[in-house]
Write a protein of this length. Sequence first.
Length: 83
Amino acid sequence: MSATTDSTTPASTRTVFRAEGFSCPSCVAKIEKQVGRLKGVQDVTVKFASSRVEVEHDPAVATTEQIVDAIAKAGYTAVPSAV
């Protein structure tokens, strides 16, 4: 009867990025697809209204620089957010 809901590893961290260049909701799918391809990324959530990209990842496998590069490949600029 118990369900396992914790799919993250102890090495997993959530990093928030501020992205620019969003023009339509389809931008969300482009970013999620590109970042989601990276090894070490467990989850990607793009907040269209606030231009935030939240990424659950293993920083030893998928670095913040690699995630920024993946967002750039999707056609947008991003930087890690302080908040």
